[in-house]
Design a protein around this ligand. Structure first.
Ligand SMILES: [Zn+2]
Length: 104
């Protein structure tokens, strides 16, 4: 089963299954980013430039800013949620995320 995913509104949103699923208005705690030294960086996604599905995991490519140190960078594949029985379920926004393994 293929789940259609795409970016919307010049990268302000991620669409999953033709429904708006993820916006660039949340702050995500992310561990292991390369562009700043924060152990857990709190990242504000400024825009999404890519979205993909690997098995059931939806990952985004995004330009982010760390609100802890002000660092800027990009993450090519940051898992943001899963597709379960055809429905997108975003990860808990308080849970620490990390870039997809093997992507760096
Ligand atoms: Zn930082």
């Amino acid at each position: 089963m293929t789940v259609p995913v795409r970016t919307l509104d010049d990268g302000a949103w991620i669409s999953v299954n033709n429904a708006r699923a993820v916006s660039n208005s949340a702050v995500w705690p992310v561990a292991g980013v390369e562009f700043c030294d924060c152990e857990v960086a709190h990242l504000l996604p400024e825009s999404f430039y890519d979205v993909s599905v690997d098995r059931d995991t939806v990952a985004v490519g995004t330009i982010v800013q760390c609100i802890d140190c002000g660092g800027h960078g990009t993450i090519d594949a940051l898992p943001v949620g899963r597709v379960v029985n055809g429905e997108f379920r975003e990860f808990d926004t308080g849970a620490i995320r990390s870039p997809a393994a093997g992507d760096q």
